[in-house]
Write a protein that binds this ligand. Structure first.
Ligand SMILES: [Fe+2]
Length: 339
């Protein structure tokens, strides 16, 4: 198995990339929105196909890159059944996801938040903030419950063999990995404490409110797409790799198609004036890329789509003029017209 631990220094978040060495299929656990380009670059370099994006819970300290990874490369987003409903899959205890030869087992591990999951892959537990290295996630927001967290740690996670590796979502002291055996012995929040003592400790932490919580929680409940209706601009050079997983809409008038800027392969011609009627039957969660001649009309179209409730809309910066005349469209390309 390919295994990479990645780090976001601003939020001290660990992101994990796991992949099957043969099929090159991959999963990312807890990716951070600001690290999107780093993660896309690594996937490209290692020739990996991202199949699933797994969030352990709705984070309060950073925004997930899940929605962007879905929009950009078509990965499926995964969250808990109490997590964001925008996820492609809302999983629960006992579910399994397959990615090549990798089997990702889902454990419900609430307490830090009510939607918290641990993902188990072989001997590795990805515990989110339920069990951290010598620590445990705070329980004073997002329906956290100290008693529930104690039960999660002592009954669910500590039930695994001592050699089982623990990979948390954060570390603030430079530690990178632990084991169940180590945490049973050295985790000062849990080791040697009764349930009542743990609850008393956690309820008395008096930690400051997370700086980003007011931004991060609503954004993460929208799979990292801010208010869920963000319009993004795509660099023309990066369009090719994203086309297959998206609905590509060309909002130019039909007469404009005869010139040198021929439509892109697979583009659907929906002139701006007809967009609202055409879009009525489309899925609000389907990634959509809008293009026009220069990027002006497509920006209007994208804003209209966002206002209609479409969650993943992007435009091509500079439009067809930026893409240039030779887009491999060729004379045989069929442009689907939808009115
Ligand atoms: Fe958290």
């Amino acid at each position: 198995m390919i295994f990479r631990q990645l780090f976001d220094s601003e939020s001290s978040t660990y992101t994990y990339l796991l992949a099957d060495e043969v099929t090159r299929e991959a999963v990312l656990i807890d990716p951070v929105r600001e690290q999107l380009q780093r993660d896309l670059g690594l996937l490209r370099e290692l020739a990996l196909k991202l199949v699933y994006v797994l969030d352990t819970h709705v984070h309060a300290d950073h925004v997930t890159a899940a929605g962007l990874l879905r929009a950009e490369i078509g990965a499926r987003t995964v969250a808990g059944r109490r997590g964001p409903s925008c996820a492609d899959l809302q999983v629960c205890q006992g579910d399994q996801l397959r990615c090549g030869s990798l089997v990702v087992e889902v454990l419900e591990t609430p307490g830090h938040t009510d939607d918290s999951l641990t993902y188990k892959v072989g001997n590795h537990l990805f515990t989110g903030d339920a069990l951290m290295i010598r620590a445990a996630g705070r329980t004073d927001f997002q329906n956290g419950d100290a008693g529930q967290l104690y039960d999660t740690i002592t009954q669910v996670l500590f039930a695994f063999p001592d050699h089982t590796e623990v990979h948390p979502a954060h570390d603030y002291k430079g530690l990178t990995v632990s084991t169940i055996g180590e945490e049973k012995r050295f985790n000062a929040r849990v080791a040697g404490r009764s349930r009542a003592e743990f609850i008393q400790l956690m309820n008395g932490l008096n930690l400051p409110r997370p700086r980003k919580i007011d931004e991060a929680v609503p954004a993460n409940r929208a799979c990292g797409m801010q208010d869920g209706r963000t319009v993004r601009e795509i660099d023309p050079a990066a369009l090719g790799s994203r086309q297959s997983a998206t609905r590509l809409i060309d909002v130019r008038e039909r007469a404009e198609f005869a010139g040198e800027l021929r439509p892109l392969p697979g583009a659907q011609n929906v002139p701006l004036s007809t967009l609202a009627a055409a879009a009525a039957g489309w899925s609000r969660d389907e990634p959509i890329i809008v293009v026009c001649r220069t990027g002006v009309r497509s920006a209007t179209a994208a804003a209209d789509l966002a206002a209609m409730g479409f969650n993943h809309v992007a435009t091509v910066k500079g439009g067809m003029e930026a893409l240039g005349p030779d887009q491999d469209a060729g004379p045989a390309v069929t442009v689907r017209t939808e009115r």
